[in-house]
Design a protein around this ligand. Structure first.
Ligand SMILES: Nc1nc2c(c(=O)[nH]1)N[C@H]1C(S)=C(S)[C@@H](COP(=O)(O)O)O[C@H]1N2
Ligand SMILES: [Mo]
Length: 382
């Protein structure tokens, strides 16, 4: 590059910045992003079902949400090193000169800018959410949801614009491009880079996925939650104190069931009803999950006693006053499932305050955020 003016853009000739490397990384990144996107859609529907689906969501497999969310968080984490490597591979194109060659070129560059910004922001927000750190003034889910669509749209556009290149470099032997004489010799560079990125992906996965995947639990070094740490063998996402559930409110507690035949029960009366056991996971949106043994009264028994129609949706109200999870709704498919309980016991003990004493909801194939704790009222909606 001797003789060039100091201001001229840098030139990159290495094979690590060429289209074949970009395509190879893009394929892996694409697979991670697609998996993350699809599992994100499923997660969204399970947490906030659109009206027509509200009473029809499947309550099986019991671990469905757990696996889906585990994969969502794991692929999101894996996408971070892949995205950084991909950006590093293509960053020389930032210095394309002239910077803009016309309207079409300007739009192309703009769309890549949107894609990169959306991708970085999406993964960063997701990562902060996993560690339960919300330093921003907006609520996480609507923004994460909207960004997912911005990302999907700009990614499709990017793939369309780059389609000829991707096709040409899809396989190891690039076609239709000038073959540099030193191609063979440089090939190991690329292989080293891809191996290094692969190792990074493996490493971040292995040290985090143990928060939901039991066999890798001992290696869970960076996963924010350890599924066995917590009282009664289960992590606590929000304690009774944090939710401002006061001992006085618990002392005066009654379960009220509002329906065609409304009734009120004390804890002792509830405990005297037929009790059932369910082995079900708590699977948090943040990606940790743990199996537990629950014991309590079947939701459907409580609803039958209130004279609820079999297709009724129910609203579950907590002693907790404020916060997004103080109230939840449960569609008929969950409410009628024999495994769905108003649980009084966890792993053989009476629920402690932090796990939702006097009573909490536990249902199969549901996000943790809907497993409402400190339940004090069940309303039959028709
Ligand atoms: N009332 C109420 N219920 C709640 C919550 C809450 O904040 N308030 N947190 C939910 C979330 S996000 C999760 S993951 C589970 C965790 O249950 P655990 O603390 O018993 O493990 O409880 C759910 N139930
Ligand atoms: Mo959660």
């Amino acid at each position: 590059m001797g003789g060039m003016k100091s201001l001229s853009p840098p030139r990159f000739r290495g094979r690590l910045h060429d289209p074949r490397t970009a395509t190879a990384l893009g394929r892996c990144l694409g697979a991670a992003v697609l998996t993350c996107f699809v599992t994100g859609l499923i997660s969204h529907v399970l947490q906030e079902p659109p009206g027509v689906l509200a009473d029809r969501l499947p309550s099986r497999p019991v671990n469905g949400y757990r696996i889906n969310q585990g994969v969502h968080v794991a692929t999101g984490i894996a996408a971070i090193p892949l995205l950084l490597a991909k950006l590093w591979t293509v960053y020389p194109r930032l210095f394309t000169w002239p910077a803009v060659r016309g309207v079409r070129h300007a739009l192309e560059r703009l769309s890549v800018g949107v894609l990169v910004a959306a991708a970085l922001l999406q993964l960063f927000l997701g990562l902060l959410n996993i560690v339960q750190w919300y330093p921003w003034p907006f609520s996480f889910r609507p923004v994460h949801w909207a960004l997912a669509w911005v990302l999907a749209g700009s990614l499709l556009l990017h793939l369309a614009v780059q389609a000829p290149r991707i096709a040409a470099h899809w396989r190891r032997r690039s076609t239709g491009t000038r073959q540099l004489p030193d191609e063979e010799r440089d090939e190991p560079d690329r292989r080293s880079l891809l191996l290094g990125v692969g190792a990074a992906v493996g490493a971040v996965t292995v040290v985090t996925v143990g928060q939901t995947f039991a066999p890798l639990r001992p290696l869970n070094l960076l996963g924010p939650r350890h599924p066995e740490h917590g009282s009664q063998g289960l992590p606590v996402n929000r304690s009774a104190a944090a939710a401002r559930v006061s001992p006085a409110a618990v002392r005066d507690w009654r379960l009220r069931v509002a329906g065609p035949l409304p009734y009120t029960l004390t804890w002792a009366e509830l405990a005297a009803l037929p009790q059932h056991d369910s082995e079900l996971p708590i699977a948090c949106v943040e990606g940790w999950s743990a199996m537990a043994r629950w014991r309590g009264v079947r939701m459907r028994d409580l609803l039958d006693r209130a004279g609820a129609p079999s297709g009724a949706t129910v609203r579950i109200v907590s002693l907790q006053r404020k916060g997004g999870y103080a109230v939840s709704e449960m569609g008929a498919s969950y409410a009628r499932d024999p495994l769905t309980l108003l649980a009084l016991r966890l792993n053989g003990e009476i629920l402690n305050a932090d796990h939702g004493y006097p009573a909490r909801v536990i249902a199969p194939n549901r996000p943790g955020v809907l497993q409402t704790k400190w339940v004090t009222r069940i309303e039959v909606l028709t």
